[in-house]
Design a protein around this ligand. Structure first.
Ligand code: MG
Length: 384
């Protein structure tokens, strides 16, 4: 039997999730083919991918870089640039699946375009849900697009919610590894270096998300992401620190039953779940042998030590433009930390300072989100 291959676009193909997605496509050539690739500025990495996967359309962030590609491939593929170019690729009639894996607010416009166009979206760009969850989910509902989360925790929740009724949910329980500083005494936070913060105990991820994991802002963003993905009030979203990252998240139901999804930490598993949904495919992930672990531990989160987490919960409750401001301020602060301009402990302080200066308003369009985002970047930069 000839099965129609899924035609895939990857937003952020040279990043960590993008590369893992290509690994899976490489392993399952009978199921998937690459229709389009979108990268930021890693032009050489994109060229290598183009040669291997032969996409029909590609885009880079800037026009200058896009022109370099055009001269290299001589009209064999369509080369576009910027968020508009990326949007044009994801909305193409041939596209079956869009992997949204651009880090940060840059992924917003093309993800919204894919939602409006009714595409199936694998969502790794959590910022889309954090800053514009209401807009994106509304558009997805209207067009019949559906969003399958790729974030490991949300993929776990999605799997634990399958076949259940959302009104029977008592709590969504996001597990958190706690990051590299979960056990570090608060007094020592002032001396945390970039090198130390970049060493995550369980997950191998890009630098921005690894720092977010160390401050636990990542978990705060995930609370907001879950709120919109599953349409559940913030009060029903809990965090449980689980250092081994074997349970990826849980759903507690009103009858007292708790469903959990487990596995060895490997991003290929949630990526493959989204790619192949509703089927399952092999991923190359190591099998889980629980007896290798002997014990799994669980702790309450420490909101005093991880100030970013407390700030994120407050912002999640407040809604409006606050999440966009928090996200932008955090991106600027993390970049400043990575380039050694501020200390690790300054990250939540900077984010809070920008939030305090913000006059929030109700979101009605993507422009509102972008306005709040631009304002927050400018103010945070000034505050550095
Ligand atoms: Mg996650």
């Amino acid at each position: 039997m000839v099965v129609k291959k899924k035609k895939i676009v990857i937003l952020g193909s040279t990043g960590s999730v993008g590369q893992s997605t290509l690994d899976l496509v490489r392993c399952h050539p009978d199921r998937f083919e690459i229709f389009g690739l979108v990268a930021g500025s890693k032009i050489d990495a994109l060229i290598t991918q183009i040669k291997e996967f032969k996409p029909h359309m590609v885009a880079l962030a800037t026009k200058v870089d896009a022109e370099k590609l055009v001269s290299q491939f001589q009209g064999d593929i369509e080369v576009l640039h910027g968020p508009e170019g990326a949007s044009q690729i994801v909305t193409h009639a041939s596209v079956d699946f869009v992997m949204s894996a651009i880090v940060g607010a840059a992924g917003l416009l093309p993800t919204l375009a894919a939602a409006k166009a009714g595409k199936v979206i694998g969502l790794a760009n959590k910022e889309s849900m954090v800053v514009a969850g209401e807009l994106v989910t509304k558009e997805a509902k209207k067009s019949g697009s559906f969003i399958i989360p790729v974030d490991s925790e949300h993929s776990a929740l999605y799997q634990c919610l399958a076949g259940q009724r959302i009104e029977d949910v008592k709590n969504l329980i996001l597990t958190a590894s706690g990051g590299p500083f979960f056990k570090l005494p608060q007094e020592e936070f002032a001396s945390i270096t970039v090198e130390r913060a970049l060493k995550h105990p369980n997950w191998d991820m890009g630098p921005k998300i690894t720092i977010d994991s160390a401050t636990m802002m990542n978990k705060g963003l995930e609370v907001m992401e879950a709120r919109w993905l599953f349409d559940v009030p913030v009060a029903k979203i809990k965090i449980c620190v689980h250092p081994q990252s074997i349970i990826h998240s849980m759903v507690e139901y009103k009858d007292g039953s708790v469903l959990a999804q487990l596995g060895v930490p490997d991003m290929r598993v949630p990526i493959a779940y989204a790619l192949a949904y509703p089927e399952r495919i092999t991923t190359g992930a190591k099998p889980l042998k629980l007896t290798d672990y002997r014990e799994l531990n669980f702790f309450e989160p420490d909101f005093e030590k991880f100030k970013s987490l407390a700030i994120a919960y407050r912002v999640a409750e407040r809604g409006e433009t606050y999440p966009a401001v928090l996200n932008a301020a955090n991106e600027v602060a993390v970049a400043a930390f990575l380039s050694h301009k501020i200390k690790f402990v300054d990250i939540p302080l900077l984010v809070e300072k920008t939030l305090d200066q913000h006059k929030s308003f109700v979101l009605s369009s993507l422009d509102d989100v972008l306005k709040a985002d631009a304002w927050a970047r400018k103010i945070t930069q000034e505050n550095i």
